[in-house]
Design a protein around this ligand. Structure first.
Ligand code: FMN
Length: 207
């Protein structure tokens, strides 16, 4: 199954190979690979170096956290996520501590910074042969309650982690999505130069 998007310009292998599967193999990711993924996330940039992201790990072959994370997922994610060996809940600090003000202040870029950390985690995993599937469709209030997450933090995204599985094991509608093509907007429509809406000549006339 080839899920690669067409590219006109070279990108890092992990970026090219990454996609969000729904079929996962019944094989636990090695601990050393998970360690490297969290290490990569730790190195991500953040506003004021706040480092606002916290991860809560649930391993199917571990304690009860996996089941409790799974129970927070929306039904349409549960439909396929039951075969995922590892679930990670990424939460983010809603406000940051300002030394200048000696108090917590608004942190409008917190979700941006969570996204940077999560993408680092995903790409490191991909580099090591693991696929990730981020999911926003879960109940954040339930996660906050069930894991006693302090109110300073907001549950942001759940991430499925594992090795690619057999799409044939999915229900038919999901199997079609799994094997179908992926799409992206063309560069001309997303990169402007000099003026908003004006395609950059960087990409003009390129085949
Ligand atoms: C913030 C965010 C939330 C998402 N939530 C879900 C989700 O709840 N369920 C799901 O199946 N996919 C979810 N996805 C996956 C996207 O649908 C997927 O990344 C997108 O279709 C592009 O496909 P690709 O990741 O294979 O390139 C989410 C992705 C992101 C970044």
């Amino acid at each position: 199954m080839n899920k690669r998007l067409d590219t006109r310009y070279p990108v890092l292998p992990a970026i090219l190979e990454r996609w969000s599967p729904r079929s996962f193999a019944d094989r636990a990711p090695e601990a050393h690979k998970l360690r490297s993924m969290f290490e990569a996330a730790r190195l991500a940039p953040s506003a004021h170096n706040t480092q606002p992201t916290r991860f809560l790990l649930g391993r199917k072959d571990g304690g009860g956290a996996y089941r409790r994370l799974f129970d927070c997922l929306d039904p349409h994610n549960r439909e396929w996520a039951h075969c995922v060996p590892v679930l990670v809940l990424a939460s983010v600090m809603r406000r940051r501590f300002s030394q200048v003000k000696a108090d917590f202040v608004p942190y409008p870029h917190c979700m941006h910074d969570l996204g940077l950390a999560v993408m680092s985690l995903i790409l490191q995993g991909q580099h090591l042969g693991l696929h990730c599937h981020p999911m926003a469709a879960f109940d954040p209030e339930k996660a906050q309650r069930d894991f006693a997450i302090p109110t300073l933090f907001a549950p942001g995204i759940m991430i499925a982690v594992g090795y690619l599985g057999d799409p044939g094991a999915l229900p038919p509608d999901l199997r079609d999505k799994e094997t179908g093509p992926r799409t992206r907007q063309p560069l001309e429509e997303i990169v402007f130069e000099e003026a908003w809406g004006q395609s950059s000549p960087l990409f003009a006339g390129e085949g």
